[in-house]
Design a protein. Structure first.
Ligand code: SAM
Length: 307
């Protein structure tokens, strides 16, 4: 099987297997060797690494990774690609393909079983329809992962890097920056894929922090607070939080907390830094968390009595 990563090589494989792209799986295969090299280089993949690749497609990036890494575990949802992958990766004994939805994979367990619990490097040309859920899963599952190098839509890459005041700044920026240091490392034009996506693409590297840059008493509450603050972007923070379901914070409590922090009452969520969200979370958290637990318990009881 020849090395993939060119238009001719990719078309040959697609024809041989009569493969039809599935739009629902966000399938855009890379056909530019320079960009493929650039991704592997940015991820700093070496023999000591076990790489977790999400969505290998026909195995193009996988081949490049397998040549440098100690081992590669590639998780692909589309069953039609599995026989193709056994062909295109037949010369790479260090690759394991798993036919599964990445959102259902227990990554911590995978690392215990395949990498003696050591951290993975995640490298992927992500399916764009589930970029955010995948990134959040990689972080929130607390699985051992020290570096994530991924191709995403340029707009989403920018959102991850932005700080307060920009229109791209939001819940994703804060979550990514809580867990990691983001750097856009390459831009990739639509012509580098088959089929060409309708949007521009960029490669972003997320270097995971050993400790988050801010300390909070209740991480889950911090993220509920952040989500609520950006759910209604046009509202002031006080109005947004006062209306937020599942947060159990009143407008008066939000106003008091802002005043304690010396933040103007009419502030919007997009003006607050991660540090300010962390302080706000600590001020509102205990009360909000207690009421939230009470609410959950009440609705559980209600569901039980209805069933
Ligand atoms: N890595 C290949 C490349 O660069 O040419 C293909 C990348 S393509 C943008 C995204 C891949 O992710 C497709 O192969 C698609 O089938 C797969 N995929 C989509 N949703 C997935 C999911 N939930 N879990 C695992 N793989 C998924």
């Amino acid at each position: 099987m020849p090395k993939l990563g060119t238009a001719a090589g990719t078309l040959e494989v697609l024809r041989k297997y009569d493969f039809h792209f599935q739009k629902k799986y966000g399938q855009n295969f890379l056909i530019d060797p320079n960009k493929l090299e650039a991704i592997v280089e940015a991820a700093g993949v070496g023999e000591e690494d076990c790489v977790l690749e999400i969505g290998p497609g026909i195995g193009t990036l996988t081949q490049y990774l397998a040549e440098r890494a100690g081992s590669v575990i590639a998780v692909e949802i589309d069953q039609a690609l599995i026989p193709i992958l056994s062909d295109t990766l037949s010369e790479y004994p260090n690759v394991t393909v798993i036919n599964e939805d990445i959102l259902k994979v227990d990554i911590a367990r995978l690392s215990r079983e395949k990498n003696a619990g050591r951290p993975f490097k995640v490298v992927a040309n992500l399916p764009y329809y589930i970029t955010t859920p995948i990134i959040m899963k990689l972080f929130e599952s607390h699985a051992p992962i020290d570096l994530i190098t991924i191709m995403v839509q340029t707009e989403v890459a920018k959102r991850m890097q932005e700080g307060p005041g920009s229109k791209e700044y939001g819940a994703l920026s804060l979550a990514v920056q809580y867990y990691s240091r983001p750097e856009i490392v390459a831009h990739v034009p639509a012509g580098c894929f088959i089929p060409a996506p309708k949007v521009g693409s960029s490669v972003i590297r997320l270097t995971r922090y050993e400790e988050p840059p801010v300390k909070v008493q209740d991480e889950a509450f911090l993220f509920r607070l952040i989500r609520a603050s950006f759910n209604q972007r046009r509202k002031t923070l006080i109005n947004g939080l006062g209306n937020a379901e599942g947060l159990a914070v009143t407008k008066a409590e939000a106003a008091e907390a802002l005043s304690t922090l010396g933040i103007p009452e009419n502030v919007r969520g997009e003006a607050l830094s991660l540090e300010q969200f962390a302080r706000l979370s600590d001020l509102l958290g205990k009360k909000g968390a207690a009421q939230y637990t009470q609410q959950c318990a009440q609705s559980d009881r209600q569901e039980e009595s209805e069933s």
